[in-house]
Write a protein that binds this ligand. Structure first.
Ligand code: DAK
Length: 257
């Protein structure tokens, strides 16, 4: 069985990656994570793709890492398996990633959504880091990304109690970009992907990298990084085309060069 389904048919330049373990609420086992990381690696190299949507199904984006697979592991087993490489691969995806979330986004599922660049949620979405309830703690960035996204007080509450945030609360705390009725969340994410796909791909990649850098560095270094990438954008043909098209009052024709 394939745990990851990839389609490019939604729109030109927008690819859809669907997590496909519905019976287990898309619990993230090793095979699924490897397939996901490989799919993103391929899409990142594919010039026909300019934005990538990761989604699950209406019931679950993903209910976390596969507890049944992890339950008997020792610390040494966990170190040896070293899941970090697959997670790092996802984090290193250069193209804009949009999570289209409905239902449960818990533990590693919430961390996966937060690793994406934007989140579109259905009204039924539930976000949380409930690892504390099974005797562990977030391990794929939850303590860092959730805290930066919603602030220390609320993040601490979620991480220490395992409570869930409703879609509406998540919106209020700035964790998600938009909340829409369940029948619209995927369409809304595709629409956002399509809008981004019309922009200059190299500039989008550089801008994404610079925004993410703001999470990873202090202001001085972040500003320096941003400036460097801004100058680098002038090495692309798309920059010339974009500015020329503006002056000539026409739509730019971006080639990703
Ligand atoms: N793992 C395995 N199976 C799961 C699962 C999970 N996380 N979540 C749900 N399932 C399975 C259930 O066992 C059940 O299977 P069967 O019994 O039918 O065989 C099926 O999905 C339906 O679930 P329920 O019957 O429980 O459905 P309910 O609607 O009653 O409840 C629920 C839904 C989402 C509230 C509940 O299933 C639940 O609490 N699930 C566990 C949520 C959770 O604790 N998630 C955090 C897991 S720990 C790292 C990378 C990642 C991570 C850590 C490190 N590194 C790179 C180092 C991440 C860790 C985690 O995510």
């Amino acid at each position: 069985m394939e745990y990851i389904l990839v389609t490019e048919q939604h729109e030109p330049f927008v690819a859809l990656v669907q997590l496909n373990r519905p019976k287990d609420l898309n619990a993230l086992n090793l095979q699924l994570m490897q397939e996901l990381s490989e799919a993103l690696h391929q899409l990142d190299k594919n010039e026909r793709v300019r934005a990538i949507i990761i989604t699950g199904n209406e019931q679950a984006f993903a209910a976390g890492a596969d507890i049944k697979q992890m339950a008997d592991r020792s610390a040494v087993d966990m170190l040896r398996i070293d899941q970090f490489s697959t997670w790092d691969q996802i984090r290193k995806t250069k193209k804009p990633l949009i999570a289209a979330v409905s239902g449960f986004a818990l533990g590693g599922g919430c961390e996966l959504a937060m690793t994406c660049d934007m989140i579109i949620a259905s009204e039924t979405a539930k976000f949380g880091q409930p690892e504390i309830k099974i005797g562990v703690m977030p391990g794929a960035g939850g303590t860092q990304r959730l805290t930066k996204a919603i602030g220390k007080a609320k993040a601490m509450e979620l991480v220490l109690t395992g409570r869930f945030l409703s879609a509406e609360e998540a919106m209020g705390y700035g964790l998600v970009n938009k909340v829409v009725p369940v029948e619209m969340y995927l369409r809304e994410a595709v629409q956002l992907g399509r809008e981004i796909a019309q922009m200059a791909p190299i500039a989008a990649q550089l801008a994404k990298e610079a925004v993410n850098r703001s999470f990873e560095t202090h202001l001085d270094e972040g500003l320096h990084f941003e400036r460097k990438n801004f100058y680098l954008a002038f090495a692309s043909e798309d920059q010339k085309e974009g500015m020329k098209a503006f002056i000539e009052k026409r739509k730019a024709d971006y080639k990703g060069r």
